[in-house]
Design a protein around this ligand. Structure first.
Ligand SMILES: *Cc1c(COP(=O)(O)O)cnc(C)c1O
Length: 393
C-alpha cells in the first residue's frame, strides 16, 4: 500500500516521484517536515497536552483549507463528502468477518457493466490504487511490454518487477502513442507476443491513446492473435464514459483489462482503485474488432500563453511559470519547460479565473523585471501552440 500522497502538503503519490517521469514539484517537500517531540515519562498534565494536540490539528486544518484553494496541479477531485461513511469508521471491517464483499462485488458489477463485460465473463477486484491495477494488468510474462514513453511510471515499474522486456514507444506532440513508431518496433520483435499498455489519459498531458489505431497496428503487423491490451484508465477512465464523442473503453473491443484509480476522479480518501479483466483472455482475442473513426487530434492553443488541451482531456498543459513560489502556491506539477493543471469536478470557473489573473499579473512582472522571454515549448506542445518569440503568429 502506498503512503498517502497528501496533496495538501504538495507531496505527490510515490509513483509520480520515480525518475522516469521526472515530475518536479515546488520546493516545499522537505521543508514542511514537523519535528516530533517525545513527551517526558511523567508529563502528566493531560488537559495541556489535549490543548496542544487540538492546536496542532487546528493549524493543520487551516493550512489544508488554504492549500485546497490553490489546488490545481494534481489530478485529484476534492469535491467529495464522505460523511455518510463516517459511521463505519467505528468498526474494524477487515476483522469482523463482515459482508463487505457484497459491497465490493456490487462495485465491480457496476464497472463491468460500464465497460461492457458480462457478469459471468469478468474477474476483478478493488485495488489499493491505479498503480496496483497497472501491476496486475500485465499478463503473459513471455511477451514484450510496449508502452508510450509518456506512460505513468507504474507501467515501467511493472516491467522491472516482472523482469519483462519493455519497449518504450515514441509519442506525438499531443502525448498519444505514435503508432508509426509502434509498428516499427513491433516489426523488430515479431517472434514474441505483444503486451500493450494503452493510456486513457497520460499523467502530464492528459493524452488518450487511440485504442482502435493500436489494435489496427497490431493486426496489420501480424499480431492478430498474439496480443494483450491493458488500459491504464487511472486518470480519465472515469471521465471518458461521460463524453458523448469519446471513443468508448469497452470490452467489446479486444482489450484484456482496464484499471482506474480511486483517488483521481472519485476523490476517494482510502487507498482505492478498480481492476477488471476477462475470465477468459484468450477467447477474447478472437473477437471482432470494432474500428474507430479516424481520430481528429485537434489541439487548441490560447493566445498569449503557450498552452495545449487535448481533445478528450481536462489536463491543460502550458509553459512552466518562471517563479517557483507561484508553482508552489498553485501546486503545479512541472516537467522540463511545461506545467499542467488538471480540471477536476471541484474546480470551478472562479478558481480558474483567480489562477489566470494571478498568472497574467505575475507573467507580466517576470517579463518586465528580468527581461525574460516566455520559454519556447514547441518541442513539448507543438509549434502551433507555442507563443515564444520565434513561434508567435
Ligand atoms: C495517477 C496515475 C496512475 C497511478 O494511480 P494511483 O492511484 O496514484 O496509484 C497510473 N496511471 C496514470 C496515467 C495516472 O495518472
Amino acid at each position: 500500500m502506498r503512503e498517502g500522497g497528501s496533496i495538501a502538503t504538495g507531496v505527490r503519490s510515490e509513483g509520480d516521484l520515480v525518475p522516469d517521469i521526472e515530475i518536479v514539484l515546488g520546493r516545499n517537500e522537505h521543508k514542511m517536515c514537523l519535528t516530533i517531540e517525545e513527551p517526558e515519562a511523567d508529563d502528566g498534565v493531560t488537559s495541556e497536552k489535549d490543548a496542544y494536540m487540538a492546536s496542532v490539528l487546528a493549524r493543520y486544518w487551516k493550512s489544508l483549507v488554504e492549500r485546497t484553494k490553490h489546488h490545481l496541479g494534481s489530478p485529484v477531485n476534492l469535491d467529495f463528502d464522505h460523511d455518510a461513511l463516517g459511521q463505519l469508521l467505528h468498526f474494524s471491517i477487515n476483522n469482523l468477518g463482515d459482508h463487505s464483499r457484497r459491497f465490493e462485488v456490487g462495485v465491480l458489477d457496476w464497472f463491468a457493466r460500464l465497460w461492457e463485460l458480462e457478469k459471468d465473463e469478468y474477474w476483478g477486484y478493488i485495488t489499493n490504487c491505479g498503480t496496483e491495477g497497472n501491476l496486475h494488468g500485465k499478463y503473459f510474462p513471455d511477451g514484450i511490454l510496449y508502452s508510450s514513453k509518456e506512460s505513468h511510471s507504474s507501467v515501467f515499474k511493472a516491467a522491472r518487477m516482472y523482469r519483462m522486456e519493455c519497449v518504450k514507444v515514441s509519442t506525438l506532440i499531443s502525448g498519444e502513442i505514435d503508432c508509426a513508431d509502434f509498428a516499427a518496433k513491433l516489426l523488430l520483435n515479431q517472434d514474441k507476443p505483444a503486451i500493450i499498455n494503452v493510456n486513457i489519459g497520460t499523467t502530464v498531458k492528459g493524452a488518450v491513446d487511440d485504442i482502435g489505431l493500436v489494435i489496427k497496428t497490431l493486426q496489420e503487423n501480424g499480431f492478430t492473435d498474439r496480443f494483450y491490451i491493458h488500459c491504464d484508465g487511472a486518470l480519465f477512465g472515469l471521465m471518458m464514459p461521460f463524453f458523448k464523442s469519446a471513443p468508448k473503453v469497452t470490452f467489446k473491443k479486444p482489450i484484456g483489462s482496464v484499471s482506474v484509480s480511486g483517488h483521481k476522479f472519485v476523490g476517494c480518501l482510502m487507498p482505492c482503485g478498480v481492476q477488471i479483466t476477462r475470465l477468459q483472455h484468450i477467447n477474447a482475442l478472437a473477437r471482432n474488432v470494432e474500428y474507430l473513426a479516424p481520430r481528429d487530434a485537434t489541439i487548441m492553443g490560447s493566445p498569449g500563453i503557450s498552452a495545449m488541451l487535448n481533445e478528450l482531456s481536462s489536463t491543460v498543459v502550458f509553459e512552466r511559470p518562471k517563479d517557483e513560489e507561484f508553482i508552489c502556491r498553485w501546486q503545479l506539477a512541472c516537467k522540463g519547460n511545461i506545467a499542467h493543471i488538471v480540471v477536476m469536478p471541484n474546480v470551478n470557473i472562479e478558481k480558474l479565473d483567480n489562477f489566470l489573473n494571478d498568472l497574467d499579473q505575475k507573467r507580466e512582472s517576470w517579463c518586465q523585471d528580468e527581461h525574460i522571454q516566455p520559454p519556447c515549448v514547441a518541442a513539448e506542445i507543438g509549434e502551433d501552440n507555442c507563443n515564444c518569440v520565434l513561434h508567435k503568429n
